[in-house]
Write a protein that binds this ligand. Sequence first.
Ligand SMILES: NC(=O)c1ccc[n+]([C@@H]2O[C@H](COP(=O)([O-])OP(=O)(O)OC[C@H]3O[C@@H](n4cnc5c(N)ncnc54)[C@H](O)[C@@H]3O)[C@@H](O)[C@H]2O)c1
Length: 293
Amino acid sequence: MDTAEGRTTLASTAGDQGGRRVPVERQESPVRADPGPRAGAEAAGRAGRLLAGRRALVTGAARGIGRAVASRFVAEGATVAGVDRQAADVAGVHMLEYDLADIGGLGRLVGRAEAAIGPLDVLVNVAGIFKPCDALQLSLDLYRLTLAVNLDAPVLLAVACASGMVARGYGRIVNVTSIHAQFSEAQSLAYDISKAGLAGCTRTLAVELSRHGVLVNAIAPGFVRTDMSIVDGVDELQSDSFRGIYQEHGKLPLGRAAEPQEIASLAAWLASEDNTYVTGQSIAADGGLSVTF
Ligand SMILES: NC(=O)c1ccc[n+]([C@@H]2O[C@H](COP(=O)([O-])OP(=O)(O)OC[C@H]3O[C@@H](n4cnc5c(N)ncnc54)[C@H](O)[C@@H]3O)[C@@H](O)[C@H]2O)c1
């Protein structure tokens, strides 16, 4: 889609696919010292909650970490739209069914979310896939699918949501990456590339958007007790190698996988206006895994 200057941009690609077009003009005074206005009446009854009056879009909200994030945000006073390719009832969350591999429709998706809950203050990109495969066996289809869901969709959603956040002078974006963004493992080529790319996206968007009051961070989990830990019917958290290397040998200092709620708790703070000075960071929530060798 062409912009006024006749150029195709990510914002026009993601943000003008028939959805509500959000103005991208810069503000007169883009740097805000204060955290921006809350939806006053809504916020009044929710004093003390981290996300009172805020509106958030959370991907991967049907289960696992995304579901925990969406539920925690509701508990913290946010109005939440959740996206997932699988249908789910999540208490208090307005669920939208959507396959994030369809990157051409992400602008419309943001439009649907905003039509349902109002202008977005917060985006949390959680949805992701991991399909182990030897590098030499990796098909182009699996490579493309992994990058579409884990990298293209979060990047385009962030750009689409950031347009409105910039116009309003406030926003928080949280990307769930992985310790795989920084460290590698066999059979993870596409996944590792996708997560490293999303960490890069986090830094660059933070640099560009901070002066507009939009802070962008990533959470890099290690082991989390979700369905993603079950590969080909085998729960890696019950495997001999997890017990031997990570628990008994001490490679994982906390000696256990995280619960999804422990990731959600960090996401809630990063996404809140309590966070006024952390941006561009990838925070490892990994039980100490990445500081051992
Ligand atoms: N579980 C872990 O150990 C772990 C560790 C590090 C990072 N992560 C990351 O955390 C995020 C969440 O993982 P999880 O453990 O909750 O996984 P999960 O498989 O339990 O949940 C992922 C959710 O994303 C949704 N999803 C996947 N592909 C989608 C698509 N194309 N369109 C829409 N929705 C889609 C799924 O339906 C599911 O609800 C992922 O990005 C993952 O890479 C997980």
